[in-house]
Design a protein around this ligand. Structure first.
Ligand code: SAH
Length: 369
């Protein structure tokens, strides 16, 4: 891919932040280093600082001559994200960070520590244009796409915070990344795919997480799901289905008016076949809206038919959002729903939801300061 890269002066790009090292793949990185008049070996040296040592401040890259640090700082390491605040709960093991981008745009990421893993939930857009009525992010609309580097830097920052023991539970390692924060990742396709490559490439080209521990969640943009299947990545795909019938889904996930349940499931099947990966189905349990026994039966039947064994249903108890009259389903209803999905031969569990008290749970990210 050829991108036009501003020379010498790293000018702000229209509606986007200035160029950053993490926007570039390895060939582009070498090209820019050459354009800056630096010796070729600096390209990988800079990448090792950023991806390997998780260092984003050129002033602290002491293996660079002092004279070069300034230039490298403004050309390749502009400050993209500044933490505005951290909010924690679960004894500090869930931590939400509100970030301010270079142009003042606000976005959030959430780090969740478990006994066996640490998962970061990241944003791919500031706001979201998908307008799902039960999701707080959808209520405010889309502000803008995040750049590749803005997406990657959320991950670098969390990995550094864990390594440096800034998160309760002692020093640790980031193991999983989920694109389940603000935004619709497949509506920012190119930057998200580039970010996935940077997150999963081994050093010096990326942060070296395994592809299998990265999950991309989508409202169901069918053509983009197919395109993702053809990228030769083995990331987990999650589809926010929320109901098996078009009539209700047209209102819960408005993009269903464009790509129906059947089309979304067909695309999901293509993804599963192409990657060999089981697809996750997200289903927020909304009391008296989508939690009826017949819907559980229909969900199980449709998934069994479309995806066979290559599917897993995650039920998410609805998290409250400002101004919404909807509630989570009562536990007995939830239990019966699980039972019925399982009875159709489809695996199904209820997701342990975290971060409600700090508005960090699914559907609650509104980047309010
Ligand atoms: N736009 C993508 C990525 C966001 S993931 C997508 O929709 O998949 C966020 C997940 O939380 C989605 O499955 C979304 O449907 C779900 N969600 C949104 N609002 C919620 C709420 N109030 N309670 C529980 N889950 C919610």
């Amino acid at each position: 891919m050829v991108v036009s890269l501003p020379l010498v002066f790293n000018a702000p790009r229209r509606g986007m932040p200035p160029r950053h090292l993490a926007d570039l793949d390895s060939a582009e990185r070498r090209e820019v280093v050459k354009e800056l008049g630096l010796p070729g070996f600096r390209a990988d040296q800079l990448a090792r600082q950023y991806y390997g040592r998780l260092e984003a401040d050129a002033e602290k890259m002491t293996d660079l001559p002092a004279a070069v640090r300034d230039q490298v700082g403004s050309e390749l390491f502009p400050v993209l994200l500044t933490p505005v605040k951290h909010l924690a709960c679960d004894g500090g093991e869930t931590r939400k960070t509100l970030w301010k981008a270079n142009d003042g745009t606000l976005l959030e990421s959430v780090l969740m520590r478990y006994p066996d893993r640490a998962t970061l939930c990241i944003s791919s857009q500031a706001g979201c244009g998908m307008a799902c009525p039960f999701c707080a992010t959808g209520q405010a609309g889309l502000q803008r796409n995040l750049s590749t580097a803005e997406i990657v830097d959320q991950v670098r920052a969390a990995a550094a915070a864990l390594r440096d023991g800034e998160v309760a539970g002692g020093p640790g390692r980031l193991s999983n990344v989920v694109f389940m924060g603000m935004g619709e990742p497949l509506a920012n396709y190119k930057r998200v795919v580039a970010a996935v490559r940077r997150i999963t490439s081994p050093a010096p080209d990326g942060l070296g997480l395994s592809q299998r521990s990265v999950t991309v969640s989508t409202v169901g943009l069918a053509p983009a799901i197919r395109k993702l299947a053809d990228e030769d990545l083995s990331v987990t795909l999650a589809v926010s289905l929320h109901t098996p019938d078009d009539e209700l889904r047209d209102t819960l996930v408005p993009v269903n008016n464009r790509w129906s349940v059947a089309e979304v499931l067909k695309a999901a099947r293509y993804y599963a076949d192409k990657t060999g990966r089981r697809v996750s189905i997200e289903y927020a349990m909304i009391r008296d809206v989508n939690d009826q026994p017949w819907r559980a039966d229909l969900l199980g039947k449709k998934l069994r038919k479309a995806l066979g064994a290559l599917v897993h249903v995650n039920l998410i108890p609805l998290n409250p959002t400002p101004g919404s009259e909807w509630d989570a389903s009562p536990k007995p209803v939830e239990k019966e729903f699980v039972r019925r999905v399982l009875a159709q031969g489809v695996s199904c569990t209820v997701r342990d939801t975290r971060g409600q008290e700090i508005a960090a749970a699914c559907g609650q990210l509104a980047a309010e300061n």
